[in-house]
Ligand binder design. Sequence first.
Ligand code: SF4
Ligand code: SF4
Length: 295
Amino acid sequence: MTALPPITPKEHHNYVAFFLTLACNLACPYCINLHNSNNRFNQADRRALDVGDWIRSANRLLLRADLPLTLQGGEPTLYPGFYRFVNEVKPELKMDLMTNLMFDVNVFIKNVPLWRFTREAPYAAIRVSYHPGQNDIDDLIVKTIKLRDAGFRVGLYGIEHPDPQLRMHIQETQRRCLELGLDFRMKEFLGEYGGKMFGTFKYDNCATGQTMRTCVCRTTEIIVDPAGYVYKCHADLYNGRDPIAHILDPDFNENSIDKFRSCSSFGSCNPCDVKIKTNRFQVFGHTSVEIRDIR
Ligand code: SF4
Ligand code: SF4
Protein backbone atom coordinates (compact mmCIF):
# COMPACT_ATOMS: atom_id res chain seq x y z
CA MET A 1 0.00 0.00 0.00
CA THR A 2 1.47 3.37 -0.97
CA ALA A 3 2.23 5.79 1.83
CA LEU A 4 0.03 8.87 1.99
CA PRO A 5 1.52 12.38 1.69
CA PRO A 6 2.33 13.92 5.07
CA ILE A 7 0.17 16.34 7.06
CA THR A 8 2.35 18.90 8.83
CA PRO A 9 0.33 21.14 11.16
CA LYS A 10 1.49 24.75 11.23
CA GLU A 11 2.58 26.75 14.25
CA HIS A 12 -0.95 28.18 14.73
CA HIS A 13 -2.62 24.75 14.52
CA ASN A 14 -3.19 23.89 18.14
CA TYR A 15 -4.83 20.53 18.34
CA VAL A 16 -4.97 17.23 16.47
CA ALA A 17 -7.48 14.67 17.72
CA PHE A 18 -8.72 11.29 16.59
CA PHE A 19 -12.15 10.45 18.00
CA LEU A 20 -11.58 6.69 17.85
CA THR A 21 -15.13 5.94 18.99
CA LEU A 22 -18.10 7.90 20.31
CA ALA A 23 -19.22 4.90 22.38
CA CYS A 24 -18.94 5.30 26.13
CA ASN A 25 -19.42 3.11 29.21
CA LEU A 26 -20.87 6.00 31.22
CA ALA A 27 -24.09 7.88 30.56
CA CYS A 28 -23.63 11.43 31.79
CA PRO A 29 -26.95 13.25 31.32
CA TYR A 30 -25.19 16.35 29.93
CA CYS A 31 -23.04 14.40 27.44
CA ILE A 32 -22.60 16.25 24.15
CA ASN A 33 -21.94 13.02 22.26
CA LEU A 34 -25.48 11.63 22.53
CA HIS A 35 -23.64 8.44 23.32
CA ASN A 36 -24.33 4.84 22.39
CA SER A 37 -27.44 4.07 20.37
CA ASN A 38 -28.62 7.65 20.31
CA ASN A 39 -25.49 9.23 18.98
CA ARG A 40 -25.76 11.05 15.73
CA PHE A 41 -22.70 9.37 14.40
CA ASN A 42 -24.49 6.01 14.59
CA GLN A 43 -27.63 7.56 13.21
CA ALA A 44 -25.61 8.66 10.19
CA ASP A 45 -24.67 4.99 9.77
CA ARG A 46 -21.07 5.63 8.91
CA ARG A 47 -18.52 2.86 8.86
CA ALA A 48 -15.94 3.12 11.65
CA LEU A 49 -12.33 3.18 10.45
CA ASP A 50 -10.49 -0.06 11.03
CA VAL A 51 -7.31 0.03 13.05
CA GLY A 52 -5.07 -0.36 10.00
CA ASP A 53 -6.57 2.81 8.51
CA TRP A 54 -6.20 4.69 11.79
CA ILE A 55 -2.53 3.68 11.88
CA ARG A 56 -2.03 4.83 8.26
CA SER A 57 -3.74 8.11 9.12
CA ALA A 58 -1.60 8.71 12.20
CA ASN A 59 1.56 7.85 10.30
CA ARG A 60 0.79 10.77 7.91
CA LEU A 61 1.13 13.24 10.76
CA LEU A 62 4.36 15.14 11.17
CA LEU A 63 3.78 16.77 14.54
CA ARG A 64 5.91 19.28 16.42
CA ALA A 65 7.34 18.20 19.77
CA ASP A 66 4.71 20.30 21.56
CA LEU A 67 1.76 18.92 19.60
CA PRO A 68 0.67 15.37 20.47
CA LEU A 69 -2.05 13.34 18.79
CA THR A 70 -4.95 13.36 21.26
CA LEU A 71 -7.16 10.28 21.48
CA GLN A 72 -10.67 11.04 22.59
CA GLY A 73 -14.28 10.07 22.15
CA GLY A 74 -16.60 8.83 23.73
CA GLU A 75 -14.20 6.67 25.67
CA PRO A 76 -11.28 5.99 23.31
CA THR A 77 -10.07 2.85 25.11
CA LEU A 78 -13.34 1.16 24.07
CA TYR A 79 -12.18 1.21 20.46
CA PRO A 80 -11.39 -2.47 19.74
CA GLY A 81 -8.05 -1.67 18.09
CA PHE A 82 -6.91 0.75 20.83
CA TYR A 83 -3.94 -1.28 22.07
CA ARG A 84 -2.74 -2.16 18.58
CA PHE A 85 -3.01 1.50 17.58
CA VAL A 86 -0.91 2.86 20.45
CA ASN A 87 1.75 0.22 19.80
CA GLU A 88 1.98 0.26 16.02
CA VAL A 89 1.86 3.95 15.08
CA LYS A 90 5.35 5.25 14.23
CA PRO A 91 7.36 5.77 17.41
CA GLU A 92 8.06 9.50 16.92
CA LEU A 93 4.39 10.33 17.44
CA LYS A 94 3.45 11.21 21.03
CA MET A 95 -0.11 10.79 22.21
CA ASP A 96 -2.44 12.25 24.83
CA LEU A 97 -5.49 10.41 26.12
CA MET A 98 -8.81 11.87 27.30
CA THR A 99 -10.53 9.21 29.34
CA ASN A 100 -13.08 8.47 32.05
CA LEU A 101 -10.65 5.83 33.43
CA MET A 102 -13.26 3.07 33.36
CA PHE A 103 -10.73 0.68 31.85
CA ASP A 104 -8.71 -2.06 33.55
CA VAL A 105 -5.49 -0.27 34.51
CA ASN A 106 -3.53 -3.54 34.79
CA VAL A 107 -4.33 -4.34 31.15
CA PHE A 108 -3.44 -0.75 30.18
CA ILE A 109 -0.09 -0.82 32.02
CA LYS A 110 0.78 -4.17 30.47
CA ASN A 111 -0.13 -3.16 26.91
CA VAL A 112 0.69 0.52 26.55
CA PRO A 113 4.28 1.65 26.01
CA LEU A 114 5.12 4.35 28.56
CA TRP A 115 7.08 6.45 26.04
CA ARG A 116 3.98 6.89 23.88
CA PHE A 117 2.34 9.04 26.58
CA THR A 118 5.53 10.67 27.91
CA ARG A 119 6.57 14.18 26.91
CA GLU A 120 7.37 17.56 28.41
CA ALA A 121 4.13 19.55 28.82
CA PRO A 122 2.45 21.82 31.38
CA TYR A 123 -0.29 19.22 31.84
CA ALA A 124 -0.61 15.44 32.04
CA ALA A 125 -0.74 13.35 28.86
CA ILE A 126 -3.48 11.16 30.36
CA ARG A 127 -6.35 13.39 31.41
CA VAL A 128 -9.18 11.86 33.40
CA SER A 129 -12.61 13.49 33.67
CA TYR A 130 -14.35 13.03 36.98
CA HIS A 131 -18.13 12.87 36.51
CA PRO A 132 -19.82 12.77 39.97
CA GLY A 133 -22.52 10.10 40.07
CA GLN A 134 -20.98 8.33 37.07
CA ASN A 135 -17.38 7.35 37.78
CA ASP A 136 -16.46 6.77 41.42
CA ILE A 137 -13.74 9.03 42.83
CA ASP A 138 -12.31 6.35 45.15
CA ASP A 139 -11.88 4.05 42.16
CA LEU A 140 -10.32 6.88 40.13
CA ILE A 141 -7.83 7.65 42.89
CA VAL A 142 -6.73 4.01 43.20
CA LYS A 143 -6.33 3.71 39.43
CA THR A 144 -4.53 7.04 39.11
CA ILE A 145 -2.01 6.03 41.77
CA LYS A 146 -1.45 2.68 40.03
CA LEU A 147 -0.82 4.39 36.69
CA ARG A 148 1.44 6.97 38.34
CA ASP A 149 3.46 4.24 40.04
CA ALA A 150 3.85 2.55 36.65
CA GLY A 151 5.38 5.80 35.33
CA PHE A 152 2.41 7.43 33.56
CA ARG A 153 1.60 11.09 34.13
CA VAL A 154 -2.09 11.36 34.93
CA GLY A 155 -4.21 14.44 35.68
CA LEU A 156 -7.74 14.45 37.08
CA TYR A 157 -10.23 17.11 36.04
CA GLY A 158 -13.46 18.29 37.63
CA ILE A 159 -15.99 20.86 36.49
CA GLU A 160 -16.62 24.04 38.51
CA HIS A 161 -20.34 23.34 38.53
CA PRO A 162 -22.71 26.23 39.40
CA ASP A 163 -24.75 23.95 41.70
CA PRO A 164 -23.38 24.87 45.17
CA GLN A 165 -23.44 21.31 46.54
CA LEU A 166 -21.77 19.80 43.53
CA ARG A 167 -19.23 22.58 43.49
CA MET A 168 -18.40 21.97 47.15
CA HIS A 169 -17.99 18.25 46.45
CA ILE A 170 -15.62 18.94 43.56
CA GLN A 171 -13.59 21.38 45.67
CA GLU A 172 -13.32 18.83 48.49
CA THR A 173 -12.32 16.19 45.98
CA GLN A 174 -9.63 18.47 44.62
CA ARG A 175 -8.27 19.09 48.14
CA ARG A 176 -8.24 15.37 48.82
CA CYS A 177 -6.40 14.58 45.59
CA LEU A 178 -3.84 17.35 46.06
CA GLU A 179 -3.11 16.02 49.57
CA LEU A 180 -2.42 12.64 47.98
CA GLY A 181 0.00 14.33 45.58
CA LEU A 182 -2.35 13.89 42.60
CA ASP A 183 -2.81 16.54 39.93
CA PHE A 184 -6.46 17.65 40.07
CA ARG A 185 -7.52 20.67 38.04
CA MET A 186 -10.77 22.51 37.59
CA LYS A 187 -12.48 23.22 34.30
CA GLU A 188 -14.93 26.00 33.71
CA PHE A 189 -18.61 24.98 33.52
CA LEU A 190 -19.89 25.72 30.02
CA GLY A 191 -23.52 25.91 29.03
CA GLU A 192 -26.84 26.78 30.56
CA TYR A 193 -27.77 26.21 34.18
CA GLY A 194 -30.74 27.67 36.06
CA GLY A 195 -31.67 29.85 33.11
CA LYS A 196 -28.20 31.42 32.98
CA MET A 197 -25.44 30.87 30.43
CA PHE A 198 -22.04 29.98 31.85
CA GLY A 199 -18.77 30.28 29.98
CA THR A 200 -16.62 32.97 28.46
CA PHE A 201 -17.36 32.96 24.75
CA LYS A 202 -15.76 35.10 22.11
CA TYR A 203 -18.92 35.74 20.08
CA ASP A 204 -22.30 36.92 21.39
CA ASN A 205 -25.12 34.34 21.18
CA CYS A 206 -22.91 31.78 19.48
CA ALA A 207 -23.85 28.85 21.76
CA THR A 208 -27.35 29.66 23.01
CA GLY A 209 -29.09 27.47 20.43
CA GLN A 210 -31.77 30.12 19.98
CA THR A 211 -31.28 31.83 16.63
CA MET A 212 -29.29 30.28 13.78
CA ARG A 213 -27.30 32.66 11.65
CA THR A 214 -24.88 32.32 8.77
CA CYS A 215 -21.22 33.20 8.87
CA VAL A 216 -17.84 32.06 7.66
CA CYS A 217 -15.65 30.11 10.04
CA ARG A 218 -12.05 28.89 10.15
CA THR A 219 -10.58 26.39 12.56
CA THR A 220 -7.11 25.87 14.06
CA GLU A 221 -7.64 22.17 14.74
CA ILE A 222 -7.64 18.85 12.94
CA ILE A 223 -10.47 16.81 14.44
CA VAL A 224 -11.36 13.43 12.96
CA ASP A 225 -14.50 11.41 13.69
CA PRO A 226 -14.68 7.60 14.07
CA ALA A 227 -15.23 7.16 10.33
CA GLY A 228 -12.19 9.28 9.48
CA TYR A 229 -14.03 12.43 8.42
CA VAL A 230 -12.44 15.77 9.25
CA TYR A 231 -14.60 18.69 10.43
CA LYS A 232 -14.30 22.41 10.87
CA CYS A 233 -15.64 22.28 14.45
CA HIS A 234 -16.88 20.00 17.23
CA ALA A 235 -20.53 20.90 16.60
CA ASP A 236 -20.19 19.61 13.04
CA LEU A 237 -18.32 16.50 14.18
CA TYR A 238 -20.87 15.48 16.82
CA ASN A 239 -23.67 16.08 14.31
CA GLY A 240 -21.86 14.29 11.47
CA ARG A 241 -22.46 17.45 9.44
CA ASP A 242 -20.51 18.86 6.48
CA PRO A 243 -17.15 17.10 6.76
CA ILE A 244 -14.43 19.08 4.99
CA ALA A 245 -12.32 16.04 4.06
CA HIS A 246 -11.43 12.48 4.95
CA ILE A 247 -8.20 11.80 6.81
CA LEU A 248 -7.20 9.26 4.13
CA ASP A 249 -7.71 11.72 1.22
CA PRO A 250 -4.26 12.12 -0.33
CA ASP A 251 -5.12 15.78 -1.04
CA PHE A 252 -5.93 16.61 2.56
CA ASN A 253 -3.14 18.48 4.32
CA GLU A 254 -2.44 21.34 6.73
CA ASN A 255 -3.53 23.94 4.16
CA SER A 256 -7.00 22.37 3.90
CA ILE A 257 -8.02 23.54 7.37
CA ASP A 258 -6.83 27.12 6.91
CA LYS A 259 -9.78 28.17 4.77
CA PHE A 260 -12.81 30.14 5.92
CA ARG A 261 -15.89 28.05 5.18
CA SER A 262 -19.52 29.06 5.18
CA CYS A 263 -21.74 27.83 8.01
CA SER A 264 -25.45 28.26 8.68
CA SER A 265 -25.35 26.95 12.26
CA PHE A 266 -23.86 29.93 14.09
CA GLY A 267 -25.88 30.02 17.31
CA SER A 268 -25.48 26.32 18.03
CA CYS A 269 -21.68 26.35 18.21
CA ASN A 270 -20.14 23.87 20.61
CA PRO A 271 -18.63 25.64 23.65
CA CYS A 272 -15.32 23.79 23.01
CA ASP A 273 -14.87 25.78 19.83
CA VAL A 274 -15.91 29.25 20.91
CA LYS A 275 -14.92 29.47 24.56
CA ILE A 276 -11.95 31.65 25.40
CA LYS A 277 -9.37 29.29 26.83
CA THR A 278 -5.71 28.61 27.43
CA ASN A 279 -3.76 27.33 24.45
CA ARG A 280 -1.15 24.60 24.54
CA PHE A 281 1.35 27.04 26.12
CA GLN A 282 -1.20 27.66 28.89
CA VAL A 283 -1.68 31.23 27.61
CA PHE A 284 -5.23 32.53 28.11
CA GLY A 285 -7.18 34.18 25.27
CA HIS A 286 -7.29 31.49 22.59
CA THR A 287 -10.39 30.25 20.74
CA SER A 288 -10.37 27.25 18.42
CA VAL A 289 -12.29 28.93 15.63
CA GLU A 290 -12.37 32.36 14.05
CA ILE A 291 -15.80 33.52 12.90
CA ARG A 292 -16.54 36.42 10.54
CA ASP A 293 -19.43 37.92 8.56
CA ILE A 294 -22.17 36.86 11.00
CA ARG A 295 -25.54 37.65 9.40
S1 SF4 B 1 -17.71 10.15 30.18
FE1 SF4 B 1 -17.70 11.76 28.61
S2 SF4 B 1 -18.29 10.70 26.71
FE2 SF4 B 1 -18.85 9.37 28.41
S3 SF4 B 1 -21.00 9.84 28.84
FE3 SF4 B 1 -19.75 11.11 30.21
S4 SF4 B 1 -19.47 13.05 29.12
FE4 SF4 B 1 -20.17 11.52 27.61
S1 SF4 C 1 -19.87 28.99 13.31
FE1 SF4 C 1 -20.03 27.55 15.02
S2 SF4 C 1 -21.21 25.82 14.20
FE2 SF4 C 1 -20.47 27.01 12.44
S3 SF4 C 1 -18.54 26.05 11.86
FE3 SF4 C 1 -18.02 27.71 13.26
S4 SF4 C 1 -17.95 26.78 15.31
FE4 SF4 C 1 -19.03 25.36 13.93
